[in-house]
Design a binder for this molecule. Structure first.
Ligand code: GLA
Length: 728
């Protein structure tokens, strides 16, 4: 049993293979957090430790009637902290009640433990069979306000994962304004950690930043309406000496795609409070009597063996227990996308030429990007008008889809359904369907406005407009884009006191739309995109089978972007394309071979005009496609080991090991060649013990490869090499 309740000590022990998460109900009915870390099986002594620590300095009673002893929550490790009493640190929960008071005091009422995992109404979440996971639900209650909170913990024992979410239920008579409700909060009795997170920009997604915790707070957030390019909804707390392969680390990832906040606060006693949830900035949820509100899910991973093991837990969980549908855990097709090949300048003939050439080369899918609908010839018009641009495609999109399919490859189509161009039939018909504030100018982003997905009729329109196109039957793939941040966040139909709910209601609307499209068209493979990786998060992974990792297709930059992204996201989901040189974003010229190898570390494809490539490149493309078909199961479904980081030097090495450990791909990339250095040896990981592998006709033992290391040799600037190892 992975979740244990020890009744005589009122203690909950959530166990995974390598971790323990322990808290208890104190005699004051308050929940006290005791421990999160390496698995402990013999718990004797754990409560004494907490008593000695906190009671020497007792200052206040949390609730005089209930407290037999005086108890200071200002000092203890709290399981889920509230605002309004003696705990002055960041609360996980903050609300304003009918009488204007802001004090919340919740007391334990009951709990239950059951196999499996419940769904979270309207929200994406991990799921589990009854054998895979166990769930604990704790009910807390405040009799003064009638607020009930349910804390949910699910243990995925084999993966060292504990997921959490909280549901608030208003059982009282009056409305409650929830101002902050975190998905999780964890108190650690030390601050001796590094804080790791992923930050960036469009074209520079997922840079890894690692810095020591300091007194006070590190807080990361997005208020842009999407998780955003700037910060991923992920962070980790790592011991100072933690590396890829050694040391303890706690990873936190939020299954949500909208505004979020996360952080770590170090108090005066050097305790750390880590938290994650919907951004409390500009958030207010009016919970009327009888209503409930559920937070997004937070996923916590514990690793005692470094960042690599943490990432592999996330990858396994997200591939097996978050992604869904026909394409879950199946290899993705090799595609060509016409965006960087033609931009808006194409017609049917051009697309069919690309399709024929693609077929000849072994490509399996053609994706027609922006510009096929309305009157769209640039980015100034027609978003919302999801019917064929008859100037470009006089026979219609159905006919083109059929012709491409008849050539023998699949056909995919770009949409940006959450948006509307002011110059569109949709906007002329429904000017109030966008997010806006009456009387205020609407800020444009890429000449477009955002539809108000907090409105059901707008969501229904999107579902029917996209479905009408997909119904032709020959569209096997959609790329779902989203290209701007939220501004003037207001809805024409919500009451004034509910306007601060719009950003979250938008996300609920979007999740509802995606659910309907996904279940309505189960055979369609769905790619997510937000100017590249602006919404590449765990929430979206519940709907999308892959993502466009970045609009920066420069191979040298992509090595970093893909490496950073892999901290949480599986490579199976990372769209990666070979594009033309000089690269359209950086102007850099990287050899064709390197561009191919970098793209092979993800979901492989092309984004250049293959009808205009040289004979030599055509031969190279054929070879690349053959090679990728041979290795894609290893890359997409195997285990990733990051061996050398592009953030630490000029060489990057990543290794993919097939689940049966029989095949290994070792990708090596050099940014700038360094002469007269003697460290080209890399130690492989995750191999079959006591075995022998063959690479380029040489044989190597596992012992040798893992302990002495393999010589990857010297390379030129912007070069790459793939070593393939097979078990013999
Ligand atoms: C965004 C996407 C690109 C492309 C363009 C089309 O920038 O990230 O891949 O689809 O939109 O306008």
């Amino acid at each position: 049993m992975s979740i244990e309740y020890i009744a005589d000590r009122n203690l909950f022990h959530i166990k995974t293979l390598n971790s323990s998460y322990i808290f208890r109900v104190r005699k004051e009915y308050v929940l006290e957090h005791l421990y999160y870390g390496k698995r402990i099986d013999a718990l004797r002594g754990i409560e004494h430790l907490s008593d000695e620590n906190y009671f020497g300095a007792t200052l206040h009673a949390i609730d005089a009637e209930l407290a037999e002893e005086k108890l200071s929550t200002g000092r203890m490790c709290v399981e889920y902290p509230f605002y309004g009493s003696v705990d002055m640190r960041q609360p996980a929960f903050h609300a304003v009640y009918n009488d204007g008071s802001r004090v919340t005091k919740m007391f334990y009422v009951a709990h239950k433990i059951f196999p499996g995992k419940p769904t979270l109404d309207g929200l994406p979440a991990t799921y589990a069979s009854e054998d895979e996971a166990q769930t604990l639900e704790i009910t807390m209650f405040d009799s003064m306000t009638g607020l009930k909170l349910v804390y949910r913990y699910t243990a995925f024992e084999a993966l060292d994962v504990v997921t959490r979410s909280v549901t608030a239920v208003n059982t009282g008579k009056f409305g409650i304004n929830i101002k902050k409700i975190m998905s999780c909060s964890v108190d650690f009795d030390s601050s001796d950690y590094d804080f790791i997170h992923l930050h960036g920009e469009a074209w520079r997604e997922c840079e890894i930043e690692r810095k020591p915790l300091v007194s006070g707070e590190i807080r990361i957030n997005s208020a842009r309406g999407a998780s955003s390019h700037l910060h991923s909804p992920f962070f980790a707390l790592a011991q100072k000496n933690t590396t890829e392969d050694n040391g303890e680390v706690y990873g936190f990832s939020l299954v949500y795609s909208g505004n979020f906040e996360l952080g770590a606060e170090v108090d005066s006693l050097k305790n750390t409070r880590a938290y994650m949830g919907i951004n409390s900035f500009d958030f207010n949820w009016l919970l009327d009597s009888g209503e409930s509100f559920t937070t997004p899910e937070a996923v916590m991973v514990y690793s005692k063996s470094g960042l690599g093991a943490m990432s592999r837990s996330f990858h396994n969980l997200y591939r097996n227990n978050l992604a869904r549908g026909k394409y879950k855990n199946s290899i993705r097709p090799i595609l060509i996308n016409n965006w960087e090949a033609t931009y808006f300048d194409f017609n049917e003939e051009k697309i069919l030429d690309l399709a024929s050439k693609a077929k000849e080369l072994g490509i399996e899918l053609l994706v027609l990007d922006d510009g096929w609908f309305g009157k769209r010839n640039d980015d100034k018009t027609s978003l919302g008008d999801w019917y064929t641009n008859s100037n470009k495609l006089p026979d219609g999109i159905d006919s083109l889809a059929k012709k491409v399919t008849d050539i023998g490859i699949k056909f995919g189509l770009w949409f940006e359904p959450e948006m509307v161009s002011p110059d569109s039939d949709l906007y002329r018909k429904h000017p109030d369907w966008c997010l806006h504030i009456d009387g205020r100018a609407k800020s444009m982003g890429r000449n477009q406005l955002i539809l108000d997905l907090s409105r059901q009729e707008v969501c229904d329109y999107i579902v029917s407009a996209v479905s009408d196109v997909l119904k032709c039957g020959n569209i096997s793939y959609i790329k779902w884009d989203m290209n701007r941040n939220f501004t003037e966040i207001g809805s024409a139909v919500l009451a004034p006191e509910r306007q601060s709910e719009v950003a979250h209601r938008y996300m609920l609307g979007l999740y509802g739309i995606l659910e309907r499209i996904k279940t309505g068209f189960p055979d369609v493979l769905m790619e997510g995109c937000a100017s590249g990786g602006g919404r590449f998060d765990a929430g979206m992974m519940h709907y999308f089978d892959q993502f466009w990792t970045s609009d920066n297709s420069d191979a040298t930059d992509r090595v970093k972007i893909q490496y950073g992204t892999s901290l949480v996201m599986p490579n199976l989901f990372m769209g990666a394309h070979v594009s033309a040189v000089p690269n359209h974003q950086t102007g850099r010229t990287v050899p064709f071979e390197t561009r191919g190898l970098v793209a092979m570390c993800g979901q492989f494809g092309y984004e250049l005009d293959i009808t205009k490539t040289s004979e030599i490149e055509v031969e190279e493309i054929k070879k690349q496609i053959q090679l990728y078909k041979k290795i894609r199961t290893i890359v997409q479904l195997g285990d990733l080991h990051r061996i050398k980081s592009p953030f630490d030097g000029e060489n990057t090495v990543v290794e993919f090991v097939s689940k049966d450990k029989k095949s290994v791909c070792l990708f090596c990339f050099t940014r700038m060649c360094q002469v007269q250095y003697n460290s080209d040896k890399v130690k492989l990981e995750g191999l079959m013990p006591n075995s022998v592998y063959k690479c380029e006709d040489e044989e190597y033992s596992t012992d040798f490869l893992e302990n002495f290391g393999f010589d990857i040799q010297k390379f030129n600037d912007h070069s790459g090499k793939l070593f393939l190892f097979e078990l013999i």
